[in-house]
Design a protein around this ligand. Structure first.
Ligand code: SF4
Ligand code: SF4
Ligand code: SF4
Length: 190
């Protein structure tokens, strides 16, 4: 299980870590010798994915806790127990519950974040436009002696959240916002 854990540890968000661990565990053949592990790990994956995707409720968190504690007690081998332990260790963090209100503190759960362009910082250089393979950026590069350009903007529906625009922007004009920050900003603007 060391390779599974190493892959999960590459993430920093506890929800992503638990999800990667369970997905990697399930990627191999499942022996199915004991019910709490074979069924529990599938069910845990569904529930953890809901948390990562922003579709979870308190009930999902309770279920993940119950499933993992049953797995820990009833799994017949180390693999099942290690999976349960890893999930439980990461559920101790309040970050799991934070996802229910739209906050992924590490900005790794993509449904919880959005890339936006800050108009005041954008020089309209067009580097992000060239970098975006998904044609998700609207804007026109500035030309000398011309004015009247509209600010660059990211079309959220097309954005696949690859982060390339932020990597190439030399002016810090692309920002990663959590869904909670977006909701708060909308409230202030309302
Ligand atoms: S705990 Fe071990 S023996 Fe039981 S189903 Fe899981 S992998 Fe198989
Ligand atoms: S790379 Fe940055 S500064 Fe240039 S157009 Fe895009 S957001 Fe604006
Ligand atoms: S995050 Fe990726 S897909 Fe989205 S606007 Fe930036 S470059 Fe395009």
């Amino acid at each position: 299980m060391e390779d599974v854990q190493a892959k999960a540890d590459e993430k920093t968000c506890p929800v992503q870590r638990a999800l990667v661990f369970v997905e990697e565990f399930l990627a191999g053949p499942m022996c199915g010798k004991c019910f709490p592990c074979s069924m529990g790990s599938y069910e845990a994956r569904i529930r953890i994915k809901r948390v990562a995707d922003g579709n979870a409720s308190d009930e999902d968190i309770d279920s993940i806790n119950t499933i993992s504690s049953h797995m820990l007690v009833a799994s017949m081998c180390k693999r099942g127990k290690d999976t349960a332990k890893y999930i439980m260790e990461h559920m101790v963090s309040s970050e799991f519950a934070d996802h229910l209100s739209g906050l992924c503190a590490k900005n790794e759960c993509l449904p919880h974040v959005k890339y936006i362009i800050i108009p005041e910082k954008c020089t309209m250089c067009g580097d992000c436009l060239d970098a975006c393979k998904d044609n998700a950026i609207l804007g026109e590069k500035t030309k000398p002696y011309l004015s009247g350009y509209t600010p660059f903007e990211i079309v959220q529906k097309r954005c696949t959240k690859c982060g390339e625009c932020m990597n190439v922007c030399k002016y810090g004009a692309v920002k990663l916002m959590s869904a909670r920050e977006m909701a708060e900003a909308e409230k202030v603007g309302a």
